[in-house]
Write a protein that binds this ligand. Sequence first.
Ligand code: LFR
Length: 476
Amino acid sequence: PGGGTVAAVDLGATSGRVILGRVDGRAGTLELDHVARFPNDPVRLASGLHWDFTGLYRDVTRGLADAFRRDPAVASIGVDSWAVDYGLLRGDRLLGEPFHYRDERNERGVEAVHRVVPFKSLYRRNGLQFLPFNTIYQLAVERDGGCLDLADSLLLVPDLVGFQLTGARVSERTNASTTGLVGVESGEWDDELIERLGLAASVFAPLVDPGESIGGLRPRVAADLGAPAGIEVVAVGSHDTASAVVAVPMRAESAAYISCGTWGLVGVELERPVTTDAARLANFTNEGGVDGRVRFLHNVMGLWLLSESVRWWERDGERIDLPELLAAAASVTAPVPVFDANDSSFLAPGDLPGRITEWCLDRGIAAPQGRAEFARSIIESLAEAFAGAVRDASILSGVDVETIHIVGGGALNGLLCQRTADRAGLPVLAGPVEATAIGNVLVQARAQGFAGGDLESLRALVASAFAPTRYEPSAS
Ligand code: LFR
């Protein structure tokens, strides 16, 4: 088959983008063309912290219209985003802006769920690490608030975009796996669990796999986008991390990956889930991957610690230059504290430097002084958490890790890559930065016949198009 072009919509927690991908599997080429980038600014309403889904959808459609202007031969569209969050629909109508997973309402949900199904048995069923915002906990709060009774369907964010574009209601499987309501063995909605939690099974849409067609654009949408008739939305690994893992240029049997953006998702790819007591106690998750693979990984807080600190420092209008801050962090020579990057006090938005200080003072440790030291302390703490999670992943899964791949925005952070290599005692291969969009593009390209083969052949394409940067561990 010859090559062709597809459009990837990738929504991150701080920004979204529309990217064209040109793929020719035979020629071994893969090129990205950045069409649109827009901020994703959550909004605090009386009900709590929400996503501005309506604004995001407007920016997505503007970006797609630009994409069709730039290349009228775009063959399909794929959408991915962060996981767990959802919109409720009654008929075609969206019942309010989706809640942000960082909203503080989840605590109550955790208790309500664990009272009915203790975490230990939950883990055996769904294989998911405990994160207080997993959809299952959010829905327990939603159930008690009464809004669920009004809804006849629930769609996760990428599926909600897909619904607006096509009118089709489906649930893409990799992202559905993050709800906590899909069986880790069966890969199907766990109706018994859903019923035990007092939820209505009928709100959950039929599951589809990456590569399947979701549907054609609604005629009105196609006209608005300037898209030719017959353009399809194709399911991709709609959980952004699932798409990112597709684009990790790794050899599965010897590599760990860190998909590092807002979060640092640290783990290995497996053929079979691991739901042992040890995996549960280390809080490792078995999320669904593309082609039925398992993403065995642990959530580390990620660059959120840095971006939210910067946002705090900028609250009075000052602008901080990130490369400058990182350069200053790299030249810090004073010892800085290594804190537990995963402490739950860092989850909610707000004064992160203050909470880091508090974390240190509570333990009698000297807190960082000044922004450069804060940035350095955050990077050292992330590198330590990354190295620890790689070790855990290796021990729990039996994968003999020889290299660590860092993909996503974190691959641009040379200090973080180097310190992760140092602390893990393993080489780090950094890049590609746009792994998520690339994974999105590749799954569509394969569905269109522009590229063929298994994930290993897709990864070979990535490796040749985006040569990674290598960081050797240094003893320190
Ligand atoms: C990364 C990510 C993580 C998920 C978190 C919340 O963007 O999708 O995989 O745990 O966001 O949805």
